[in-house]
Write a protein that binds this ligand. Structure first.
Ligand code: PLP
Length: 405
């Protein structure tokens, strides 16, 4: 064990496995470890660093706002908070009635969404529908909406009322009734391995929720801020939800989350019904506003769409029996594998200087900065193809070994 590994093993809470490396700095699409080894970062801190690392706009916004005003509490409004709220409403199409609640993470944005659902539901609508394989966070309310049994079991009982249904239009039709307060969905299930909703799902969910008086809440924490080649995942289907939750990419690496409400859902929170000391502080909101302004200025949503198509094509070109499909939209991509070797592929990639992620044993997740261009994609193709070949060779060697045993 190296010194940092000993420190990590001794001092950090045991909620995660061994840390993969000691990362000391980043620049653009590259990360560097303590030995100054360079890695091509095609994970982006799990779909967070929209502008890449140490982008001048990010650095300038943090520095300027830190030197101006970092925190003042929600007894006061601040210019960056108001600017970001207005920008998010405009980008989301939330209209004049829209409102924004700021949090510090995705899970907290979903906690606010959960409370919004309760406020809407009152005593008559105790049910909240979420999808099988959903991931909405790890705090208790967001965990109640997260499907994975292994994540939930040690923390039972969950806050009540949440039911997980299959991600099909038929299942939603069968489950929804007038006792449902809200339906919450991810347009693409990132943690489940980058799995898209069926074609037309959001439109059907919109009409069914309208028919039954339930809120439609779209969790855009992983898919928002241009990641999928549109500002939000729901934008691809042209629907208007009642609320969306945001985090990750809107801050480009600065911790921030948000709940954006549309129409009548914007009147549900009343004074005293929710709050956060840090949520919406001027430092976080100034940085997120600058990040989103740069995404707009540099046309990075369009870049995510074109580079996403290019990336998908280069993955499909790789001649590896391990790759059985490519999922996702824009720069949120899941590579389906023919065997449960995603962990081995990720390890081989890191060994070769490429950071990607095993969303589950059969899927590799790729979520680079929205700024990537030809150079990064070419380098990715070489490194990823070589990593797949490494794992293929390992599999072949272990087959030969077991045949001769
Ligand atoms: N919702 C979705 C769709 C996510 O992908 C995540 C994080 O991966 C969350 C919620 C939770 O966000 P956070 O980790 O910031 O609490």
């Amino acid at each position: 064990m190296t010194v940092w590994q000993e420190d990590a093993a001794r001092d950090l809470v045991l909620n995660a496995g061994d840390r993969l490396a000691l990362i000391t700095r980043g620049e653009g699409s590259y990360l560097y470890d303590g030995d100054d080894r360079r890695y091509l970062d095609f994970l982006g801190g799990i779909a967070v660093t929209s502008l890449g690392h140490a982008h001048p706009v990010f650095v300038e916004a943090v520095s300027r706002q830190a030197a101006t005003l970092a925190h003042v509490s929600n007894y006061f409004a601040t210019p960056p908070q108001l600017a970001l709220a207005a920008r998010l409403k405009r980008l989301a199409g939330a209209g004049i009635d829209g409102r924004v609640f700021f949090s510090n993470s995705g899970a907290e944005a979903n906690e606010a969404a959960f409370k919004l659902a309760r406020l809407h539901g009152g005593d008559d609508r105790p049910r909240i529908l979420a999808l099988e394989n959903a991931f909405h966070g790890r705090t208790m309310g967001s965990l109640a909406m997260t499907a994975k049994a292994a994540m939930r079991a040690p923390f039972e009982p969950m806050p009540g009322g949440v039911e997980h249904i299959p991600g099909t239009i038929e299942a939603l039709e069968a489950a929804i009734d007038d006792r449902v307060a809200a339906v919450i969905v991810e347009p693409i299930q990132g943690e489940a391995g980058v799995v898209e909703l069926p074609e037309g799902y959001l439109a059907a969910a919109r009409s069914l929720t309208l028919k039954h008086g339930a809120l439609l809440i779209v969790d855009e924490i992983q898919t928002g801020a241009g990641r999928t080649g549109a500002w939000f995942g729901f934008s691809h289907e042209g629907i208007t939800p009642d609320a969306i939750t945001l985090a990750k990419g809107i801050g480009g690496g600065f911790p921030i989350g948000a709940l954006v409400t549309f129409g009548a859902a914007s009147s549900l929170f009343t004074p005293g019904s929710h709050g956060s000391t840090f949520g919406g502080n001027p430092l976080a909101t100034a940085v997120a506003d600058a990040v989103l302004a740069e995404i707009e200025r540099a046309r990075l949503v369009e870049n995510a769409a074109t580079r996403g198509a290019q990336l998908r094509a280069v993955i499909e070109e790789i001649d590896s029996p391990l790759v059985t499909g490519v999922r996702g939209k824009g720069l949120l991509i899941g590579v389906a594998l023919s065997a449960p070797v995603a962990g081995a592929v990720v390890a081989a990639a890191q060994e070769r200087g490429l950071i990607i992620n095993a969303a589950n044993p059969e899927s590799v997740r790729i979520a680079p900065a929205l700024t990537i261009g030809d150079a990064e994609i070419d380098e990715f193709q070489t490194l990823f193809a070589a990593s797949l070949a490494d794992v293929q060779a390992l599999l072949a060697a272990s087959e030969t070994e077991s045949a001769s045993a």
